[in-house]
Design a protein around this ligand. Structure first.
Ligand code: AMP
Length: 190
């Protein structure tokens, strides 16, 4: 089984790369942002709860996000592995994920961060906002707040996973194909 965590600030290319990796390695892709957006679109209780946080570019509370992630994993009992995209984003989420996977006799194989500069990411996100319809991609102050959330709450996970010998980082600037090749060289060496 291969279980991957993709890290990277908003716009780093996690979703784009996960699409390729999931078909190449036959993994189930779980994007917590996509699950939240699906729930908002369908006006579920979870969607209503998540919306106010997402609108501001704040993280949704851990307990809500952790329960949702576990439910998503449980939907795929026969999976060959998972790509966790946008989760974990806090140390509490990372600890819960470890405990949850351990109960299922699974483990994280590797975490990979896609690195890019803030200026490059703002440019990508504003461009994406023109077509995605995502309001959190259309306002530079919301984008900067998401970066701030990342710096404060998610960046410390580098230390967490380095301590487990599972942290990798790659240059996230280049063509989509170049970045895919960089990811594959990490995964194929596992
Ligand atoms: P994303 O699509 O990954 O950029 O996520 C969009 C938004 O969904 C984030 O700005 C958060 O409000 C929320 N979100 C997604 N994943 C998480 C998570 N693991 N923990 C808390 N909030 C999350």
């Amino acid at each position: 089984m291969i279980n991957l965590v993709l890290f990277g600030k908003p716009g780093a290319g996690k979703g784009t790369q996960a699409e390729f990796l999931k078909s190449h390695y036959q993994l189930v892709h779980i994007s917590t942002g996509d699950v939240f957006r699906y729930n908002i679109k369908n006006v579920t209780a979870l969607g209503k709860l998540a919306q106010s946080y997402m609108d501001k570019g704040d993280l949704v509370p851990d307990e809500v996000t952790i329960n949702m992630l576990e439910a998503e994993v449980e939907k795929h009992p026969g999976a060959k592995g998972f790509i966790f995209d946008g989760f974990p984003r806090t140390e509490a989420q990372a600890r819960s994920l470890d405990a949850f996977l351990e109960r299922k006799e699974m483990t994280i194989s590797a975490t990979i961060a896609l690195e890019a500069t803030d200026d490059e990411l703002v440019e990508r996100l504003l461009k994406r906002g023109e077509t995605s319809g995502r309001t959190d991609d259309q306002d530079e102050s919301k984008i900067r707040n998401r970066f701030e959330e990342y710096n404060q709450k998610t960046a410390p996970l580098r230390t967490f996973y380095t301590a487990q010998g599972k942290f990798h980082s790659i240059n996230g600037i280049g063509s989509i194909e170049e970045i895919t090749a960089r990811l594959m060289s990490v995964i194929d060496a596992l």
